[in-house]
Design a protein around this ligand. Sequence first.
Ligand SMILES: Nc1ncnc2c1ncn2[C@@H]1O[C@H](COP(=O)(O)OP(=O)(O)OP(=O)(O)O)[C@@H](O)[C@H]1O
Ligand code: SF4
Ligand SMILES: [Mg+2]
Length: 348
Amino acid sequence: MDTIIRKPGGTPDRGGPAQPLLLATGLRKHFPIPGGVLGRATKVVRAVDDLTLSVAKGETLGVVGESGCGKSTVARLLIRLIKPDLGSVVLDGDPVDEPHGITVNELRRQVQMVFQDSYASLNPRLTIVETIAFAPKAHGLPAADAKERSRDLLAKVGLEPNTFAERYPHELSGGQRQRVNIARALALRPRLVILDEAVSALDKSVEAQVLNMLVDLKSELDLTYLFISHDLNVVQYLSDRVMVMYLGKIVEIGAVEAIYGNPQHPYTRALLSARPSMDPRRRTQEAPIQGDPPNPIDPPSGCRFRTRCPFAEDVCARIEPPLADAGAQAVACHMRVAGSGHSKAATP
Ligand SMILES: Nc1ncnc2c1ncn2[C@@H]1O[C@H](COP(=O)(O)OP(=O)(O)OP(=O)(O)O)[C@@H](O)[C@H]1O
Ligand code: SF4
Ligand SMILES: [Mg+2]
């Protein structure tokens, strides 16, 4: 029998608060590029490279980084929309797709995703109430119960069921459609919701309303979020921890106060200095980052940021800096590794 019927409140916590809700280890995804002899792939886009991350129960982990750094690929790997070349995912202690673990289907029930494009992700021929009820019905919930759940969720996302239930996607505004997508993502009572630029396409005032709704839903439904956005202010507002990505790797990760208040990696500093700030005292002195990131088909040796880093030295080209503990955050930079050989590193 399906878990959704046995456990009407959703999947209970199993490993206790200290056990990560999600732990991904050594994730790698290289996309082959066809074009070699007889169309055989000779090169690859190194979209995500040996990336390890954990998401704690109840937190919001923000993910930032320039376009193409691999944010969406990480999200798609975590819910197995694409299969990793290497690496594993463990959900509350259960390995995914391994003999003694949980299936990919079970993972996708507990981890849901909301995308940016609200229109493309809705079926134009289903009413809103049918759209939200679809997955619970497919998981074995009787039609009447699924419909009731769907109407409850509509109310939760601020769409009055009597007004909206029988409407079709084209009859809704962008903000309303995104509320429907959020309701649909919640219909299987997930524990983790991945929001990939989920509010980015909305007008600022609508975006603020939907963000506030996400904050309320999180505490009401005991959710955990992975929040991907190019908007550094929104990420700061929403996140408990923040992960900064550059060319398929994590360059810095830590508590939101540490990342925004005391960024350690030159890339994080450049990224933050480029954002508009209302308060001149909070502007950093760092030069904003120049140019585009290098091609992920052939990333620089050693530290991938070295071609744009004002502090790059010999060691940066030779050795990849490890993601090392630096107090409130972890940073991948030779300047922070004692004895690394960088002139700004402490002596061990
Ligand atoms: N299916 C695919 N085939 C080939 N390359 C891909 C594929 N999906 C993504 N890529 C490449 O992988 C890299 C990472 O892409 P990804 O979409 O994860 O970046 P992103 O950080 O989400 O960017 P954005 O901020 O623009 O959404 C990019 O170079 C992209 O072109
Ligand atoms: S490792 Fe070197 S190139 Fe990379 S960020 Fe640090 S100083 Fe710059
Ligand atoms: Mg993306």
